[in-house]
Design a protein around this ligand. Structure first.
Ligand SMILES: C[S@@+](CC[C@H](N)C(=O)[O-])C[C@H]1O[C@@H](n2cnc3c(N)ncnc32)[C@H](O)[C@@H]1O
Length: 273
């Protein structure tokens, strides 16, 4: 069920700005224009300027159109602005599998990028579907798969808007996809889709940028524990959340969350009052 064109266009944009800056542009409106502040603009500063005896009110407001949009995912891949794409399987995934967190089973990687993790799992005998919204990433993943002669299915799809892959999965992995959804509703929808896809006893491992660690102007988007619980707890049981470093080609390490959630046997019960 595809989303509205504006929603799809928004999702194609990458909030995963590894050179993230506050891109607030400011629009100055003269007195004549100050009368109307179009919907979506929020006046934050009002100053009074005196020009040759005439009082001019200047409204300074952030203008939605002038806020630089995040770069679309395909463009990130086309220009190789992809510091997460290390060519090595994620250390959290490697440790999780080595520790017996999951055994070979039907597996979905959401936001699989160029397929590094999906193909690593496939080589271990996991039956993997990798999906990504970026067709360029999926073409690269498919080329690697063919070269290595591995069995792994790659799909170009929007995990929030497109029909979900058929069947259920024992394992869902994501590294940097969940954290890219930058509003509560999108993260909740992502978690609901994961819950819908996991079979009994199924687990989701997510590597998600964290609000821990010092201020930085690079690295993955930051999500708080509250953001994570808000999205995941209603639909899945959170069994492990701990702090790690995000493995990527960055000027300095960025803190991240190692999140494990599993299919619930019984629904979450209401909090006591
Ligand atoms: C930070 S990258 C990580 C890629 C890959 N997991 C890796 O570790 O190399 C996040 C990925 O999520 C994909 N993505 C973002 N939004 C998506 C969506 N709505 N549906 C599917 N993939 C999405 C992006 O295209 C991108 O490849």
């Amino acid at each position: 069920m595809p989303g509205r064109p504006a929603e799809l266009a928004a999702r194609q944009r990458s909030p995963d700005c590894h050179c993230r800056q506050p891109h607030l542009a400011w629009l100055r409106l003269g007195a004549a224009l100050a009368v109307v502040i179009p919907t979506g603009f929020i006046a934050v500063v009002t100053v009074v300027t005196v020009v040759t005896g005439v009082t001019v009110i200047t409204v300074v407001a952030p203008c939605e159109e002038l806020i630089m949009p995040p770069v679309p995912w395909n463009e990130r891949y086309a220009t190789n602005a992809v510091p997460w794409d290390t060519g090595e399987p994620d250390p959290q995934l490697v440790e999780f599998v080595a520790a017996g967190g999951v055994a070979p089973c039907r597996t979905l990687e959401i936001g699989c990028g160029t397929g590094t993790n999906a193909l690593w799992l496939a080589a271990l005998g996991f039956d993997v579907v990798g999906l990504d919204i970026s067709s360029i990433a999926i073409d690269r993943a498919e080329a690697k798969r063919a070269e290595r002669g591995l069995a792994c299915e790659f799909l170009t799809a929007d995990f929030l808007a497109d029909p979900l892959p058929a069947g259920s999965f024992g394992f869902v992995f994501d590294r940097g996809c969940f954290h890219g959804f930058d509003d509560d509703d999108s993260r909740s929808q992502c978690a609901q889709h994961v819950a819908q896809l996991l079979g009994p006893g199924g687990v989701w491992l997510s590597v998600t940028g964290s609000t821990e660690g010092p201020a930085r102007d690079h690295g993955p988007p930051r999500r708080s524990l509250r953001d994570i619980a808000h999205a995941i707890e209603p639909v899945l049981e959170l069994v492990d959340v701990h702090t790690i470093d995000f493995h990527a080609n960055l000027p300095s390490p960025a803190r991240a969350w190692h999140i494990v959630a599993r299919q619930r046997d019984v629904p979450a019960q209401p909090s006591s009052v």
